[in-house]
Every structure is written in C-alpha cells, then in structure tokens.
Design a protein around this ligand. Sequence first.
Ligand SMILES: O=C(O)c1ccccc1NCC(=O)[C@H](O)[C@H](O)COP(=O)(O)O
Length: 235
Amino acid sequence: MKYNTAAVAALQPDYLGFIFYEKSPRNYDLEEIPSLPLGIKKVGVFVNASLDFVLEKVQQFGFDILQLHGNESPEYCSELRKLNAELVSASYLDNEAPALSEIEVPALSPVEQPVPSSVEVWKVFSIKDAFDFSVLGAYEPYVDAFLFDTKGKEKGGNGYTFDWEVLKDYPSKKPFVLSGGIGLDELDSVKNMLKTDLPLFAIDVNSKFEDQPGLKNTSDLEKLLCFFRNPDSAK
Ligand SMILES: O=C(O)c1ccccc1NCC(=O)[C@H](O)[C@H](O)COP(=O)(O)O
C-alpha cells in the first residue's frame, strides 16, 4: 500500500495534503481520494505546475487549499485565484442559483472589491538560515497564507528544520504555517513558537511521521494530535 489516507483521516486532522509533483516519492497518482470525514480540508500541493493542471486537479478532487511549493509568481497566484473564482461562480450558476443581478452586492470600489474564491492559496517559501521578507509584499493581496518550509535538496519533504529565530522578523499580519522537519521531538519548540505574537496558525508535518514515503505512521500522528488537543499531556 502506498498511501493510508483513510487511516490518517480517521484521526481527524484539520488538513490533509496531496502532492502532485512527479519527482516526489509521495506523488499522488490515484484517480480518487477516499471520502473524508467532515471538517478535514483537502490541500493540493503543486510545484511550478501549469494553471490548467492545477485547475484540472481542483475540479477532480475538490481541493479547499492550493499549496504552491515552486517559484510561482504573484501574477500566477493572482491568476489562480481569478480562475478559481470563475470556476466557483460557474458551478454556482450551473446549480440554478439566483441570477447574479438578484444578489445584493455592497457598493465597493474596484480596488476594494476582493476577488471571491472559495479555494485558498498558500504560497510556500523555503528558508535556510536567513530570509528576505520583503519578497512577501507582492504576494499579500493574492494569497491567504504563507508557509515556511526548510530549503533543501528536494522541493519539499526534506526532513529537517530551519532556524525558526528567522521568523522573529516576520513583518506581516498574514497567517502562516510552519513546516520542515517537524517530528515529535520538535513539539516543545513548536509550543514556544505558539506563545509568541506571530500569526502562526498551523503546522505541516510530513517525513518524520512516515514509515515510508506516503505511508504515515498513525500511532505517531495520534501522539502529535493529542499534544495539540491537550498540550500539557505527555508525548
Ligand atoms: O513531500 C514531498 O515530497 C514534497 C515534494 C515537493 C513539494 C512539496 C513536498 N512536500 C510538501 C510539504 O508540505 C511537506 O510537508 C514539507 O515540505 C515538510 O516536509 P518535512 O520536512 O518532511 O516535514
């Protein structure tokens, strides 16, 4: 068995990620995702994929979030949001919802009007021991969150942490996800990060919870989830 999605989903994590990157040993090559319990958000992970490819996967699997691990530009993120919003309105209209003219829209100027999108975009930045946070500004209008991962040989899943001290200089209010080499041994450090004022709202774990690429160790994941549901309990 290559993936144990249903067993992981039974633990009721907040998010479950599916990687669409042929060079990854975790590349998701099945035609379906098992139906997940309510409340779990599906994350599609992509690396410099074409917009068409991403949209095809959104339609096929119904992702809630798109996590972009490559060198995707702010323009790419903006376009992705626009195309997703069009997809959402198209399926809304297909379902014989009231015509748009019947819906009251508050009078906002074009600049203020947000592009509606039910699919979130998370842009990933990989950090070694320094990071130029000024690059984030251009992405802010087009992404819902940033994700900070460790820079390594692979595009993701490298299995080691970066120096989280770097994040003390995070200049934004945009929520972010912390990732890279997080295992059970890192939980006390994660707890300390959660005590700061940083807008850290989730952690992303991967290779440290695997028996082999794609096959997660559910007993370790249970310990992780137990830690977050009751941080004072023993690991
Ligand atoms: O995991 C992969 O193989 C992968 C390949 C290409 C892009 C992203 C990938 N993983 C994305 C993730 O979100 C990982 O969870 C993140 O890189 C942390 O991995 P790890 O250091 O193993 O905890």
